[in-house]
Design a protein around this ligand. Structure first.
Ligand code: G4P
Ligand code: NA
Ligand code: NA
Length: 190
């Protein structure tokens, strides 16, 4: 998506080896015009997939998920993050290890918001190590829901997250796909 790539080039900052800071439009301040275009693109890509619901993780997945859901006319459920929690009758819980923060957290979704056989689209801001996607798949599996695709705003293709989706045969659409950081600059995949 050209508009997104241009914003990454103009405002993104590469930190260290593998982090892209984009907090002027995605992770702190949010640009609703860009986010609406992102939502429309996600909806266009999955227009024929009979999506019932979008599932994401708080915090930064919510904005793109809501704009895509508005276009598709479906609800959004976001997994909540909790430091420590055990499975109960009411909730699905999964472990999510953060490589950036070096800590394990839990994500949780109330069972009443996921139903067996529902057709789910996963949406997130970044696909990096894939720990968030992994946790979401654990939860959608437990619910017996059917994940028909994943859409991410920015994929860092040099990190292993995409492999989790490939192994499961889940279609991945990345609106910006970064193959590398070279001398502090973003290199987009073709
Ligand atoms: P994952 O998202 O593929 O699971 O990867 P990882 O475990 O590496 O990421 C942990 C957190 O760091 C996630 O956010 C993820 O979105 C974010 N992240 C990963 N790579 C980048 C990057 O290059 N730039 C930025 N800005 N974020 C990155 P989170 O902790 O869940 O935070 P949030 O959703 O509350 O913002
Ligand atoms: Na995220
Ligand atoms: Na994030």
């Amino acid at each position: 998506m050209k508009m997104l790539e241009n914003r990454i080039i103009a405002e993104g900052r590469v930190l260290g080896e593998d982090i892209l800071k984009v907090d002027s439009f995605l992770n702190h301040q949010i640009d609703p015009v860009l986010m609406q275009a992102i939502g429309r693109e996600i909806a266009r890509l999955f227009d024929h997939d009979r999506i019932d619901k979008i599932v994401t993780v708080e915090t930064s997945g919510i904005a793109p998920a809501v704009f895509a859901a508005a276009e598709l006319g479906v609800p959004v459920v976001f997994a909540k993050k909790k430091a420590a929690i055990t499975m109960t009758d009411e909730n699905y819980v999964a472990d999510v290890y953060s490589f950036t923060k070096k800590e394990t957290n839990h994500i949780i979704i109330d069972k009443k918001f996921l139903n067996a056989a529902e057709r789910i689209l996963l949406v997130d801001d970044f696909l990096a190590n894939g720990q968030a996607v992994n946790g979401l798949l654990e939860i959608t599996d437990a619910a017996g829901a059917n994940v028909v695709g994943a859409a991410v705003v920015i994929e860092k293709a040099f990190q292993p997250g995409h492999e989790i989706l490939e192994q499961r045969g889940i279609r991945l659409e990345s609106l910006a796909k970064i193959s590398d950081f070279k001398d502090g600059q973003v290199v987009f995949a073709k």
